[in-house]
Design a protein around this ligand. Sequence first.
Ligand code: SF4
Length: 447
Amino acid sequence: MALTGLQIFKLLPKTNCGECGVPTCLAFAMKLAARNAELAACPYASEEAKKTIGAASKPPIRLVKIGPPEREVAVGKEVVMFRHEKTFVHQTALAIAFPDDQPLSELSHHIAEAREYCLERAGEKLRLDLILVDNFSEAVEPFVRLVKATAGATGMGIILRSSNPEALEAALQAIEGQRPLIHAATPDSAETMAALALRYKAPLVARAATLDELAALTGRLAGLGVTDLVLDLPAENAGATLQYNTIIRKAALKGNVQPLGYPIINFVTAGDAASLVADACTFMCKYASVLVIDRLNYEVLLPLMMLRQNIYTDPQKPIQVEPKVYPIGEPGSDSPVLATTNFSLTYFLVSGEVEASGVPAHLVIVESEGMSVLTAWAAGKFSGAKVAAAVKASGLESQLKTRRLVIPGYVSQISGEVEEALPGWEVLVGPGEAADLGPFLKRQVGQ
Ligand code: SF4
């Protein structure tokens, strides 16, 4: 049963030594209650505390690590049903599947593409996480050859999918120490697969036909000593998968059903790209920790990467850029000055459009606690006085012959205030959308 912060606090030493990483025992108790810390971080916890708090503060969904240390992927340890309640913790790991019944010569450039795939957005590099090697051939040799080639060429974590224990063991030996995810133990193969997982220290997928069978299977596997588990509950369609995922998450978080307290793996195999994206986005929102796509398709990956970045950004800590002046192109003393907020997405959209316009500019980023323009204005973080103060603090006034400042169109109402605070400046109201900045700059202030 879950304990409150105060119930936990009563069991702690109350010496406030800070060795657990937070300054007081009360703060640590609150973190334990929120399942954001583990009791092991307190070296002075009594045996009674360990017994009582240990189980209650255990993360309801186990953290599972997949892949070699240098490209390790962590999934699980989620504590909420909905992102706005707090945050989602470990983003969905995206995997591409390669079957071993195709010649390696045909697959090698796709493997290289998977390794190289990188989408840059809002200052982050978004990449694929895992490769699933599918033992379609059911033979040992082609499976091992593809596993070795894929692991060697990409350095990424591997999911080994096979029902042949001999093929799995040969592949596990070939990439020993790289912690591949083994797919899968079923009620019929639990002992054999558990032995492989333990021998090669690898996480294991538990796969069963019904929820009850799945819970019974994870209980058996845990009894055999395998606790790094991922759940696979096949469903007849996307709607059923969504339903199963939700039931599992709810059972783990709200019902404290420990046999279902593990990350989930889903497979997406829809025929056309639009259906594939729709299914994959649905599972990513609720609640796939590992999502396997059956083809490397850029029009599928783009929306998935963007959605994942949006979902897994902590809503309490918006991504921000440093408030300062950013030169775009090679701005000179006649170049325009633009001002906007330090919300990362705003910065990257504005700087990208200015760069694409070919009009060099000075971009002044105003400290606004990572809010977008309208939100920051409504919260008093992007007022005329703040914009003017940021421009003054930038030191640009002494460098410029022509003083033209462009403010975002959504806050045209602050233009008078900015003009008053910045005598000698011409204040222009720019477009509302960053996409219209290029034509605006060329028309109004192009050189
Ligand atoms: S390490 Fe233990 S005793 Fe020290 S502050 Fe943290 S909870 Fe309290």
